[in-house]
Write a protein that binds this ligand. Structure first.
Ligand SMILES: [Ca+2]
Length: 306
């Protein structure tokens, strides 16, 4: 029997408690760091698929990768529910949205019929979202693309299809190639109470926000659509301005927080990729004679599933 104050036992409990009370912020930082690193690995492994999807859609590759990172950890967590079970359950036991889920159930059955798939074997989220990009059946049928022309659209492991489908979805929802997504802004304290930073609509423009006292840098024209975002952070409210492409990301998931997470992951992964590429090009002699040293080719790897 263990003694009431066994030292080793108490130290063990203390160590366990220390693990349990690790600040949430520290855990978030670790998670985001892992997600950024995995973003680099994903981009490196699927560079060709991302580049091709980017060319066709106009969506920068870091946004395609970031959406896959946020949705499913780059295709690793695509859901373990049978989609048929999920959609049947929600169609008949969830009155608030039964119409939506019955339509999705119909689309799912049509999808499996057209693709000659067994509806009983397909797995997805508890809501019936499928594959690395988590497309609902209607979106799968409408926006998914057979990018490698192998005669089937596979959003689980055919990476050209996955990347092209995300790009096609964003393009079809109005993505403008080359335009910014989000920028930092400042608001004078006396104006903060008059401004609405919680509305998810492109109801402002660059000029109208500037006229209301919002300060931000933007290369977009004065009449470019914009929206103001009041983001709650641990140290208070941070103001940001979202543009058309930010709004398009919320068409993927109707949430400003979601779109900000995609923006932040995309930005971080791109910065790391640029750093990695710069390191690849750098050699001990390149600083002294940059034109005399041939740069190594960037990796162009298989676009098939690992
Ligand atoms: Ca394909």
């Amino acid at each position: 029997m263990r003694r009431p104050f066994d030292l080793n036992f108490m130290l063990g409990v203390a160590a366990l408690l220390a693990l349990c009370v690790e600040p949430a912020a520290a855990i978030d930082v670790k998670r985001s760091d892992v997600k950024e690193q995995e973003g680099i690995e994903f981009w490196t492994a699927h560079r060709q698929a991302l580049d091709q999807a980017s060319v066709h859609s106009g969506v920068a590759p870091e946004y395609l990768a970031a959406i896959l990172g946020v949705e499913t950890f780059y295709g690793r967590r695509t859901g373990s529910y049978r989609v048929l079970d999920a959609l049947v359950t929600l169609s008949f036991d969830y009155p608030a949205r039964e119409k939506f889920f019955r339509d999705e159930l119909e689309q799912f059955l049509l999808l499996t019929r057209d693709g000659r798939l067994d509806p009983k074997t397909i797995k997805g989220s508890y809501a019936g979202a499928m594959g690395a990009p988590q497309f609902m059946p209607s979106n799968y049928r409408r926006y998914a693309v057979d990018a490698d022309a192998d005669g089937r659209i596979d959003l689980w492991s055919d990476w050209p299809d996955v990347c092209a489908s995300v790009g096609n979805y964003l393009k079809e929802h109005g993505w403008n190639a080359g335009e910014p997504v989000l920028g930092e802004a400042t608001v004078p304290p006396e104006k903060a109470g008059e401004l609405d930073g919680r509305k998810l609509a492109l109801s402002e423009t660059v000029a109208s926000l500037t006229a209301k006292g919002v300060s931000f840098d933007s290369a977009l024209p004065a009449d470019a659509p914009a929206l103001l975002i009041a983001a709650d952070e641990p140290d208070g409210v941070h103001w940001r301005v979202g543009y058309n492409n930010f709004y398009v990301i919320t068409k993927y998931n109707h949430s400003a927080l979601y779109a900000m997470a995609v923006y932040e992951l995309a930005t971080a992964v791109k910065q790391r990729m640029l750093g990695n590429d710069a390191a690849r090009f750098a050699t001990p002699t390149s600083a002294a004679a940059p034109t005399s040293v041939p740069a190594p080719a960037l990796p162009s790897t298989s676009t098939t599933s690992p």
